[in-house]
Design a protein around this ligand. Structure first.
Ligand code: ARG
Length: 465
């Protein structure tokens, strides 16, 4: 029998072809320029597959030894950067297989027994993504831990809380930082969920229908650390919903990082001046010598758009595909790889930055005093003295108007002025009108009182595991 390499084309699948692939088409259809990222996982999958074939009596023990040795060598070559990727060999799978045959001879050609690149690539991406999610979650944990530490440091630091970006009520900076942490808690659980759902092994699904060899799919699944084999071969080789799900989780994470970035950018402006970013996270301007720009947060805000784009690309890629595998799916890799790298690096950057961020409590406090932030506290005070909330709202509205007319804060109105508006008001009103009194009063789970922030930080740390 002539080997495929003796046929009209040099391709592994060239047997039935009578002319060589057009040079441009070869470039156009090749994926090794990017799917080489899967190499290590491809090798792991091949080792598990070959071991299973031997256990099932389909491959000899000698072949297996050669295959394992050859694959290890290739793994090292790739890691050392000594591997020559050939576009003519199309993708990561065929590059590795061809090199294996070069190293160990005919046994290399028997590795592909009972499998297809379709179940192979579906397995590789899962292995890759599983590892990627683990390292992304490690960065997430570092970031959360930094936020929790800082929340404890600033548990009693008063700053303005905003709605509509207008000063609304005073909050503590620690409370604000723990709000960020909560977003990440949900992001992390989405990632964990996604990793768990996709942790099943497509190997053995072969091209689309399964294989006629008496293989043991449980064995390969177990060897690769999957929960078990996938249930349906057609579905296994075609759906990339797990990659879409990951990218959705990554896009949501980036959206959260982008919101944090936006606040840091606002806060570092001279107009706010709430926080200082260390110089090593900023850059200057080539023309304006005074500038210190918050580049890292700005870039993360920008990169959020890119991951959102990847989500749209992937979900659109999938929606028109009939069962089972279609070459469209080769387009899954670049968006997925980029989403992985972007979310990982963005988390890493913030995990480094957050512990180095310093608040400027005096500016925060000054800003919190602008815009009558304790007006709600005055209304609540009146309610506690028996006034109906709607009436209290009205009275405080009048008080705010008077304070505005005098260019003072409502907390600075005299007791006589306040009593003229509502006789139930006594001297103790000034306890609730202060910023510290206001935050201390919100003393329930989820509230901004410093002691609640400390308790919440403790729970958040325990949840980090
Ligand atoms: N490079 C291909 C991909 O990423 C591998 C699977 C190719 N299968 C095929 N039948 N052409 O999707």
């Amino acid at each position: 029998m002539s080997s495929s390499l003796d046929s009209h084309t040099s391709q592994t699948w060239g047997g039935r072809f009578s002319e060589a692939t057009d040079a441009f088409v070869q470039e156009f259809t090749a994926s090794c320029a990017f799917d080489h990222l899967l190499a290590h996982y491809d090798i792991q999958g091949s080792k598990a597959h070959a071991t299973m074939l031997t256990a099932c009596g389909i491959l000899s023990a000698e072949d297996l030894q050669d295959i394992l040795r050859g694959l290890d060598q290739i793994d090292s070559e790739i890691m050392a950067g000594d591997f020559t990727w050939q576009v003519a060999l199309e993708d990561v799978h065929m590059n590795i297989e061809a090199r294996l045959t070069e190293i160990i001879g005919d046994a290399g050609k028997r590795l592909h027994t009972g499998r297809s690149r379709n179940d192979q690539v579906a397995t590789d991406i899962r292995l890759y993504l599983r590892a990627a999610i683990t390292s992304i979650r490690a960065q997430m944990t570092r970031l959360r831990s930094g936020l929790i530490d800082q929340a404890e440091t600033y548990a009693g630091t008063v700053m303005p809380g905003f709605t509509h970006l207008q000063v609304a009520q005073p909050v503590t900076f620690g409370h604000h930082l723990l709000a960020w942490n909560e977003m990440l808690v949900r992001d992390d659980s989405r990632l964990a969920d996604c990793a768990d759902r996709m942790n099943v092994c497509p190997l053995g699904s072969a091209a689309l229908a399964g294989t006629s060899y008496a293989i043991d799919r449980h064995m390969t699944a177990e060897a690769l650390g999957f929960k078990g084999p996938t249930e349906n071969s057609l579905d296994s080789v075609s759906d990339r919903d797990f990659a879409i799900e990951f990218t959705a989780a990554a896009a949501i994470t980036m959206m959260h990082l982008s919101r944090m970035a936006e606040e840091m950018i606002i806060w570092t402006s001279a107009q706010f001046n709430f926080v200082d970013l260390p110089d090593r996270f900023c850059t200057g301007s080539s023309i304006m010598p005074q500038k210190k720009n918050p580049d890292v947060p700005e870039l993360i805000r920008g990169k959020a758009g890119r991951v959102q784009g990847h989500l749209v690309a992937l979900i659109t890629l999938m929606k028109g595909q009939p069962l089972a595998y279609n070459k469209d799916n080769q387009e899954d890799k670049e968006p997925l790889f980029d989403a992985v790298r972007t979310v990982h690096d963005s988390l890493l950057a913030f995990a480094d930055l957050i512990p180095a961020l310093t608040a400027k409590p005096e500016f925060m406090r000054r800003a919190a005093g602008l815009g009558h932030p304790t007006a709600t506290d005055l209304a609540d005070y009146l309610v506690r003295k028996g006034v109906a909330f709607r009436d209290a709202h009205e009275i405080v509205g009048t008080a705010v108007g008077m304070a505005e007319a005098q260019s003072v804060d409502v907390a600075q109105l005299s007791i006589e002025t306040l009593q003229a508006l509502c006789p139930v008001i006594e001297h103790d009103v000034f306890d609730v009108l202060t910023l510290d009194g206001s935050v201390a009063a919100r003393d329930h789970i989820g509230g901004t009182a410093p002691r609640q922030v400390l308790a919440a930080a403790k729970r958040a740390r325990a949840a980090l595991g």
